[in-house]
Design a protein around this ligand. Structure first.
Ligand SMILES: [Zn+2]
Length: 292
């Protein structure tokens, strides 16, 4: 997660990070890594980027490259995630980290209505070295969660999925990132499973920037609603950014029902993304609600 389409500049820096292949090891503990000072997130906030945002989750959608991006572009990769604690202490010792394993056996609960008001939006599509990310040119799309309102900031992909459902990882996961006026983040997670071709995804993949640092700068019109499943039952829990600085206080809303993409589309996503999933993190007694 990170702000702005400082993404281009950022991407150039991050391209050298060389995220290596992920291992089959999908679970990490948070009992280690006291070495790094806390607060890279706070530093990011002090740099004028708002609340503690990391490279993948939190692009604001501004089109003005921000020089602070250079200061924040710390090298990290998905191949050695224990080293993230050296980038931000929270990644190692945070107690409310994301992603987590979700259980479909969770009791159904009263959760606030999830109301995406996603009109088609125009924006740019960038490969920032960690993910493919769509940054809207203007933020007309909003998300209501009960009485709370958030403005759509960006969406991006992970492959394989970061959240697991009953210990199973879907081939990919979409994250729609939103922010409210207080700067708090709410992310809607959508699993992607293999099945029928997804026409909304096809239009995106056609313009997917293949190389790190590439940007499809022309305005691309995206129908965000077409990237959501009709069934809006979702898991609600309090978590974090899934990339350094792993800032907490993120309101997670992971839809139970996946959308589909063809095998070819998933292969294209994987090729463009490389390995881009954080290992699941301990729940640590957090309440995870499932409702609709
Ligand atoms: Zn993400």
């Amino acid at each position: 997660m990170r702000l702005g389409s400082a993404a281009s500049a950022l991407a150039l820096l991050l391209a050298a990070c060389g995220a290596s292949g992920d291992s089959a090891h999908r679970e990490e503990t948070t009992t280690e890594a006291h070495g790094a000072e806390a607060g890279h997130g706070e530093t990011a906030a002090a740099n004028g980027h708002g609340p503690a945002l990391g490279p993948a989750e939190a692009h604001a959608g501004t089109n003005v490259p921000h020089p602070a991006a250079h200061q924040q572009a710390t090298h990290w990769g998905y191949g050695n995630q224990r080293a993230w604690a050296g980038v931000s202490g929270l990644c190692g010792r945070g107690q409310e980290q994301s992603p987590i394993n979700l259980s479909s056996a969770a009791p159904m609960a009263e959760v606030p209505d999830l109301a995406p008001r996603y009109l088609p939006v125009e924006g740019g599509f960038v490969n920032n070295g960690h993910t493919l990310q769509f940054n809207p040119a203007q933020s007309a799309a909003t998300l209501g969660i009960g009485h709370d309102n958030y403005t759509f900031a960006q969406f991006h992909f992970h492959a394989p999925a970061e959240h697991m459902l009953d210990r199973r990882a879907y081939p990919a996961e979409l994250h729609f990132v939103h922010r409210n006026e207080a700067g708090q983040l709410a992310v809607v997670g959508v699993f992607i499973e293999e099945g029928a071709e997804n026409s909304a995804l096809a239009a995106l993949l056609e313009h997917a920037p293949r190389e790190h640092g590439d940007e499809f700068a022309e305005h691309l019109s995206v129908n965000l609603t077409a990237l959501l499943p009709p069934d809006r039952a979702y898991f609600a829990y309090a978590g974090s950014l899934t990339t350094p600085p792993c800032s907490e206080g993120v309101r997670w809303n992971v839809l139970r029902t996946p959308i589909t993409a063809s095998a070819q589309q998933i292969a294209a996503l994987r090729e463009a993304l490389g390995s881009s999933s954080r290992h699941t993190q301990p729940v640590n007694g957090r309440t995870v609600l499932l409702g609709s």
